[in-house]
Design a protein around this ligand. Structure first.
Ligand code: IVH
Length: 710
């Protein structure tokens, strides 16, 4: 019988399907050998041939392409940039302790918070604090679905394909044992051996070596091409978890063993202890082993073992209360000061920086150290040519600790504070500031050139474009230096006119000079990408906008408080338009806003030059959104609560946290502003009476708990 044409097609399609299935599993197998085991079993060219065969079939039979096709995943072409991942539970940092006493006081705080007596057995898990980058790995039904960086704690970057290349990170875990949804958190790091070999390659290729293993790990993890990441030999330790559908144990220690059982690498140097003394013995033991571990650690993390206690302890905005990192002392070395240069910061502060004879401290090559300010230089009597002790702790800028006076030779040069700014020639001054009720001179010398000083102007633009501000991709420190030198960007406002001004007439560095990927003389893709990124960042939240303006002393979290109070930029411009006591009082009434930052905000908004900057940005198309974040209304939102007497069901600290989580404030004195009074055991009777007189609603402890739990 003669076959019809469609029979032929069906036959071919069926064959293609079988072939594709075989190729998919073949490529996946070799991906595992290459990316995960770092042990390829075929030549690169043979592997490429497998991928090409897949592409060929997929092109002819698009209906056969499956979502798990290797064409979509590892080994695929770089995506150009990382997507964003919202962490379902924030990735926080850890509070630090520098001494045994600080660990003891953390422990006392916890015991008081939980109201636990000395008779109760307390257990802590102690683990090395790995000096790498934290990452989150999300498994759904046993399969690794998303790998993300910490980012700003709320939003991270989607680095799934890069994470998949890390040795030891399981791509699949036992579905029967693992919770349906399991988010493992841990540290990505680079061993000392891999760090040294990578730096050798960097140097051979004429590239800058990495400063330390942590930076090398960061640079490697953020490679846009996962194939590059896979060459960098990163490693991973699991030490925590995020959002999970269930957990089979109620304590950290057993969970760590469970994660190990599921196939996650954990740091085996950990233990469970019952007393602070035992924690300190463990700390000293690991400190001794530190040089032989083969990777960087910068302290020991102590964690409360019981999860129900952790739940009650909760977290602050920055860190969980149930963990503390007992830091190791910084590492030190001796070297020589070759020269001292002066750097000018965003707000005009002059910082002397020592150029050092390069020296290795804790695995990192150090050639610069901050001298902070000229008073510090004088106090430590640091001179050019001196031999000094230099210290490095993690990613902190290395510091000069002290001069070795015995080694001082004749040829040294005293460092004098400059009376003129070395960049713009304006006078330098020390400002007089308020300290308590006293006026005193600032420690820092400032350049009085303001925005006329090019160093200050550049630093302002860098700050404006940085991650927590406008976060403009393609406008990093180096590009800003270049564009400023070419007078293309002289102020943050210029950023928003770049496309209009230069799209049709690009300057030389935005034009193709060889025809490799575009026509000679036409605008480069990178410039178009930059314009797109600027376009997409024009709309900004009020707190980010305030932060980006570079107002002295104003960090992002205070900016959020201010934004929540004024709600809109128009509201702020309006409220902060005349200098009177009410404005200061208004700002100071916000919890978390101190005098220094309040005065600095007022100074900024009353300065014509800075006000114009705001108006010019809006004219240039910047849209500052009304602030309406995190304002979940509860029965006690924005209310003020007072407690009198002692509580039975919880400590005052725990009560405070509960009150704050629900959006209210615990105050320490009774006034017209008080909304609720909780009368505990042995309340102050005069307070009760006064509250009644003021019409404040009074609760017993039980009534209060019922009220807020309703
Ligand atoms: S516990 C935040 N355990 O240290 C509480 N963190 O400086 C959950 N880190 O962001 C983390 N080693 O990236 C924990 N054994 C360890 C750690 C560790 C390193 C990192 C982590 C955290 C940072 C804080």
């Amino acid at each position: 019988m003669k076959k019809s044409k469609s029979d032929d097609n069906l036959f071919l399609e069926d064959k293609a399907k079988k072939e594709l299935k075989k190729l998919y599993s073949e490529v996946k197998k070799h991906d595992g050998y290459y990316y995960t085991d770092h042990n390829p079993k075929i030549l690169d060219s043979e592997y490429d041939e497998l991928r090409r065969s897949i592409l060929k079939i997929e092109k002819n039979f698009p209906s056969l392409i499956l979502p798990n096709s290797p064409s979509f995943s590892v080994g695929a072409e770089p995506s150009g940039k990382f997507g964003k991942v919202k962490h379902s539970l924030p990735m926080l940092s850890i509070q630090n302790a520098k001494s045994r006493d600080e660990v003891i006081s953390w422990n006392e705080g916890i015991k008081n918070f939980l109201m636990i007596g000395d008779d109760e057995t307390f257990s802590y898990v102690a683990e090395p604090k790995i000096d790498g980058l934290s990452a989150s790995l999300l498994y759904e039904n046993g399969t690794l679905k998303v790998g993300a960086t910490r980012g700003n704690g709320q939003l991270g970057e989607d680095i799934t394909e890069n994470i998949k290349t890390i040795k030891g990170v399981p791509l699949n875990i036992d579905k029967k044992k693992a919770p349906k949804i399991l988010e493992i958190r841990g540290e990505v790091y680079m061993s000392h051996d891999n760090f040294y070999s990578l730096n050798n390659i960097q140097i051979q290729q004429g590239k800058e070596p990495f400063k330390n293993p942590r930076n090398a790990a960061a640079g490697s993890l953020k490679q846009l091409d996962p194939k590059e990441t896979s060459k960098r030999s990163l490693e991973f330790f699991a030490y925590a978890w995020g959002d999970c559908s269930s957990l089979p144990f109620d304590n950290h220690y057993e969970l760590m063993h469970f994660f190990k059982d599921l196939g996650f690498p954990i740091n085996e140097n950990f233990g469970i202890f019952n007393t602070i003394d035992d924690l300190i013995i463990f700390y000293n033991d690991i400190l001794e082993k530190r040089p032989d571990l083969g990777y960087d650690i910068d302290g020991i993390v102590y964690k409360i073992n019981r999860l129900d206690w952790r739940e009650r302890l909760q977290s602050t905005e920055h860190h969980p209360r149930w963990a503390i990192a007992h830091k190791f002392p910084a590492e030190r070395a001796v070297t020589k000061i070759i020269d001292v240069e002066v750097q000018i910061g965003r707000t005009g502060v002059l910082t002397p920086v020592a150029r050092l004879q390069p020296v290795t401290i804790g695995g990192a090559l150090i050639s610069n150290a901050s001298l902070h300010n000229f008073e510090e230089v004088k106090r430590k009597d640091i001179r050019i040519g001196d031999m000094v002790w230099v210290q490095r702790a993690g990613d902190v800028i290395p510091q000069v600790i002290s001069v070795i006076k015995e080694k001082r030779s004749e040829n040294i040069k005293v460092i004098n504070p400059p009376s003129k700014c070395p960049v713009c020639g304006s006078d330098t001054e020390k400002e007089v500031i308020l300290s308590g009720n006293m006026e005193k001179e600032e420690k820092y010398l400032r350049c009085m050139g303001g925005l006329n000083c090019s160093a200050q102007a550049i630093e302002r633009i860098k700050h404006f474009s940085s991650k927590n501000a406008f976060d403009i991709e393609g406008l990093g420190q180096k590009q800003i230096d270049d564009y400023f030198a070419e007078k293309i960007i002289k102020s943050p406002v210029d950023i928003f006119y770049l496309e209009e001004r230069f799209k049709d007439n690009p300057p030389f560095f935005w034009r193709y000079t060889s025809g490799h990927s575009g026509k000679i003389g036409t605008i480069k893709d990178s410039a178009l990408k930059l314009f797109n990124s600027i376009q997409s960042k024009k709309e900004v939240e009020l707190d980010r906008f305030l932060f980006s303006l570079g107002i002295r002393h104003l960090g992002l979290s205070t900016a959020s408080l201010i934004a929540n109070h004024y709600k809109s930029i128009e509201g702020m411009l309006d409220a902060l338009s005349s200098d009177n006591h009410q404005i200061l009082g208004d700002l100071l009434s916000l919890d978390g806003v101190g005098k220094k930052v309040a005065i600095s905000i007022i100074d900024f908004f009353l300065n014509d030059e800075f006000r114009s900057l705001i108006y010019d940005l809006i004219d240039a198309g910047v849209i500052v959104k009304k602030f309406d974040r995190n304002i979940i209304e509860t029965k006690i939102s924005n209310k003020t609560v007072l407690i009198t007497g002692s509580l039975e069901s919880m400590s005052r600290a725990e009560a405070k946290v509960k009150i704050e989580i629900l959006g209210a404030k615990l105050s320490s004195s009774l006034s017209k502003k008080t909304n609720f009074l909780i009368a505990g055991n042995k309340p102050t009777l005069s307070k009760l009476q006064k509250a009644k007189d003021l019409g404040v609603r009074i609760f017993s402890e039980e009534e209060w708990n019922d009220f807020i739990n309703e």
